[in-house]
Design a binder for this molecule. Structure first.
Ligand SMILES: Nc1ncnc2c1ncn2[C@@H]1O[C@H](COP(=O)(O)OP(=O)(O)OP(=O)(O)O)[C@@H](O)[C@H]1O
Ligand SMILES: [Mg+2]
Length: 460
């Protein structure tokens, strides 16, 4: 016998209940309905539902606050039953609070049927997996996600890890802010990694590196013949990210014209390739990052407020390293071990005073700067122990605290990157000449540019 998944639909609007009922039945679910708060609680406690769809804005009997209260009660009664919230755009902050309180996901009115069914399916699958895991790992019911690549014990970082864990499985857009080198990209990739999209693409776009004239062709793709150089059809970044995650890095650098174009895709996930009239709809999770203050950019008129509200539903503010300096020794050890493995060096330890010195630095380039100095010192230090003098020596021999500056910050990878950038600049952006000059094939140059995130305006 096939067991249908039971879904409790909670809404006081007859029309909403019947249209959701129709949709769910057609999709193979068994819907039940509740229109009053007291019924919702009674049904949830008496029956076993696979999912609850909860409207947060009952028109007459309850307001948003009571919606939150209802969610709390449901989560107390049946913690493992996924709850999807339905909210209006105007009350989106309710959805955010709801997710913090354990809702699995949310949709906004008017919802898109296709998207709603997808969210329902994902939530039911994820909760099923959790149940299975709990059965297998008896005694370890709460299996914490291990964030192997994100190192740190500072309460501020731990709180961020908690947020990542909670928001990763949802489709909520997340804006990650913080100074350069604090780990924004690492966090974005962790969110993708802990979502049901992890097997699908994670597409990173450096919006600061795309000239306004190329924005559309780069993001939305083009048809053959759309412009002189369009020799064949080309999929843009959004298409490449289908079913996965797109990471819009340096979103604060985006010019106003491109912001309008981006807003449209974020609103309905639909766009056209350049030179094509057919619309393409994609299913993409949006993550963005910036080291700028978008709110002040909005005030100055450089950033669209409506775009900000599309991307910042959940905001993660990553504190600078100097505000979590207790984590510095931990990170330093981690980077030493990593570099020892990467460069096949003999293991070295950092002396106590050395660690103290590291903790006393300001680290304007944050974790990236710490990582660079650790690698550089390791390469230059001959003895088994790394002391303060070694750090100071490494600092003198060209370590550059400003990661945005062109000068090399010392690791082999950085040196390679700088060499490529300056050669391309010397050759006026001509990649054929640059690859000749560097003594590598064009394909290798492309690969290396991709690896280092180097973008140019011209591709010939
Ligand atoms: N908590 C952490 N644990 C381990 N490695 C980290 C941590 N935070 C950052 N890193 C490492 O530091 C480097 C910089 O991190 P990342 O690129 O994510 O910073 P960012 O905030 O995106 O910087 P930018 O604004 O300059 O783009 C990366 O090599 C990353 O892996
Ligand atoms: Mg980054």
């Amino acid at each position: 016998m096939i067991m249908l998944h039971r879904i409790l639909v909670c809404d006081d609007d007859d029309a909403v209940r019947s249209s959701l009922g129709f949709l769910l039945t057609k999709a193979g679910y068994m819907p039940n309905f509740a229109s009053r708060p007291e019924d919702i609680i009674r049904y949830v406690s008496e029956a076993d539902f696979d999912l609850v769809l909860l409207d947060m804005n009952f028109s007459v009997s309850i307001n948003g606050e009571e919606g939150i209260e209802l969610l709390r009660k449901i989560k107390i009664l049946k913690p493992s039953v996924p709850v999807i919230l339905i909210t209006a755009w105007a009350s989106l902050e309710l959805a955010v609070r709801g997710i913090k309180l354990g809702a699995s996901d949310f949709v906004t009115k008017p919802w898109n049927n296709f998207q709603l069914l997808k969210i329902i399916e994902t939530s039911i699958t994820l909760s099923g997996n959790q149940k299975k895991e709990q059965n297998f790992v008896s005694g370890k019911s709460e299996k914490l996600i291990e964030f192997q690549a994100i190192i740190g014990e500072d309460p501020k970082l731990v709180e961020i890890l908690e947020i990542i864990k909670r928001v990763a499985p949802t489709h909520a857009p997340v804006l990650i802010t913080g100074e350069s080198g604090t780990g924004k990209e690492l966090i974005a990739s962790a969110i993708h990694q802990y979502s049901a999209r992890k097997a699908k693409p994670f597409v990173k776009v450096n919006l600061g590196g795309i000239p306004a004239s190329l924005f559309e062709s780069e993001m939305f793709g083009y048809r053959k013949g759309a412009f002189t150089d369009a020799k064949s059809d080309h999929a843009g970044r959004f298409e490449k990210a289908h079913k996965g995650t797109i990471f819009l890095d340096e979103i604060g650098d985006l010019n106003l014209t491109s912001q309008v174009k981006l807003l449209r895709v974020l609103q309905d996930q639909t766009f056209e390739r350049l030179g094509d009239t057919n619309s393409i709809t994609v299913d993409v999770r949006i993550l963005s990052a910036t080291n700028q203050n978008l709110y002040s950019l909005v005030n100055k008129g450089y950033f669209r407020e409506d775009l900000l509200y599309r991307i910042n539903l959940i905001q993660i503010e990553v504190p600078p390293l100097r505000q979590r300096s207790n984590d510095i020794p931990l990170l330093a050890d981690y980077f030493v071990n990593q570099a020892v493995k990467t460069y096949s060096l003999s293991n070295k330890l950092i002396s106590k005073e050395g660690k103290q010195w590291l903790c006393n630095q300001v680290w304007p380039g944050n974790v990236r700067e710490l990582k660079n100095i650790m690698e550089r010192t390791l390469l230059l230090t001959k003895s088994d122990t790394i002391n303060t003098d070694d750090f100071i020596g490494a600092q003198k021999t060209g370590w550059n605290p400003d990661p945005k500056r062109h000068g090399s910050s010392g690791t082999l990878d950085d040196m390679e990157k700088q060499m490529i950038i300056s050669t391309i600049e010397e050759c006026g952006g001509n990649l054929s000449r640059s690859s000749e000059k560097l003594g590598i094939s064009r394909a290798t140059l492309y690969r290396k540019m991709e690896k280092h995130g180097i973008q140019t305006e011209k591709n010939e």
